[in-house]
Design a protein around this ligand. Structure first.
Ligand SMILES: [Mg+2]
Length: 311
């Protein structure tokens, strides 16, 4: 009974030694979340740069899937190199801002301007893709929704992380979304991010939630756990989902993303989620929660290294 029930379900199996070795041999493509997996803030996870180097040396394909929308891909590549990860090219990095730009340009083929709640990372990815962004540079500092200008050709509102979020931006976005033809996108729906000293940073999800209430509409999410990021990778590279391993630290985004894309998933315990929570999702009666459960669990991706040393 247990075996039949388990069929097709994620097993949440803590693996080591020879099991990691077999898994690394079986997979050709590795998708890594970044924060909590490769680094925490500005500190690389011990051994992670060597893991990446070794995977590449063994001919594996590596991609990075991040909901962080605050940087251009080129700037991400600089962060990799600053933290000791060598040979990472911008083309391997799929951020929620880059994928939002691809969606607007290639899927929605938006004709008109995009109103952005978000920082320069989002705006610059859109500009690089040739998408016109409504500027707020000429807005008077004391402007209010009663007297501010509204552009007539806004065809999409995109919400991402914005540490200069204001009531006026929320009000303007709500006005644009009165037009049912105007798209409503969110780079990601992350609720918060950990900071040192028990502090947290509210994520894009709380800003899009505010706009969802004000507009009475639901945002389409581009980043994880939506499968669109994987579609972006497969449209540019030839990847077989059966050959991929998704490695992440957050059950509700990374593991769900892997499940949504039909990928095997691995939770690493160097970031947000704990083994106990993964186990609770596994034991939960609600089938929807099973998509948060990883196939495999490791303490850190540095556990990959001995598997290669035996070669
Ligand atoms: Mg993470």
């Amino acid at each position: 009974m247990a075996g039949a029930f388990a069929l097709g379900f994620k097993q949440c199996r803590k693996i080591g030694g020879s099991q990691i070795r077999s898994l690394l041999r079986a997979k050709d493509v590795f998708l890594f979340d970044c924060d909590g997996v490769l680094w925490n803030g500005e500190a690389a996870v011990t051994g992670a740069p060597k893991v990446l180097r070794t995977l590449l040396k063994h001919g594996k394909h590596v991609f990075f899937v991040t909901n962080n929308c605050t940087k251009l891909r080129e700037n991400y590549a600089k962060k990799f190199s600053r933290l000791g990860f060598t040979g990472v090219r911008p083309e391997q990095i799929f951020s929620s801002s880059y994928c939002s730009a691809l969606y607007l340009r290639d899927v929605a083929r938006v004709q008109g301007q995009v109103f952005v709640i978000g920082g320069e990372g989002v705006r610059n990815e859109l500009r690089q893709a040739g998408i016109p962004v409504v500027g707020d540079e000429d807005e008077a500092p004391d402007a209010t929704i009663f007297h501010c200008g509204l552009a007539s050709d806004v065809r999409a509102v995109l919400v991402g992380h914005d540490d200069k979020f204001t009531f006026l931006k929320l009000a303007k976005a709500s006005c644009y979304l009165r037009n049912p033809e105007c798209l409503f996108l969110a780079t990601d729906a992350d609720p918060w991010h950990p900071l040192p000293g028990e502090r947290i940073l509210p994520g894009s999800g709380c800003l899009s939630a505010a706009l969802e209430v004000a507009s009475g509409r639901k945002a389409m999410v581009i980043g994880k756990p939506s499968p669109f990021m994987f579609e972006c990778i497969s449209s540019q590279f030839s990847v077989d989902p059966a050959q991929c391993l998704m490695v992440g630290d957050r059950l509700e985004t990374d593991m769900l993303f892997g499940s949504n894309c039909g990928l095997d998933t691995m939770l690493t315990l160097t970031g947000i989620s704990h083994m106990k929570t993964a186990q609770e999702y596994k034991d939960c009666d609600h089938p929807a929660n099973h998509s948060f459960v990883p196939d495999y669990v490791v303490d850190t991706i540095a556990d990959f290294l001995p598997a290669f040393e035996e070669d």
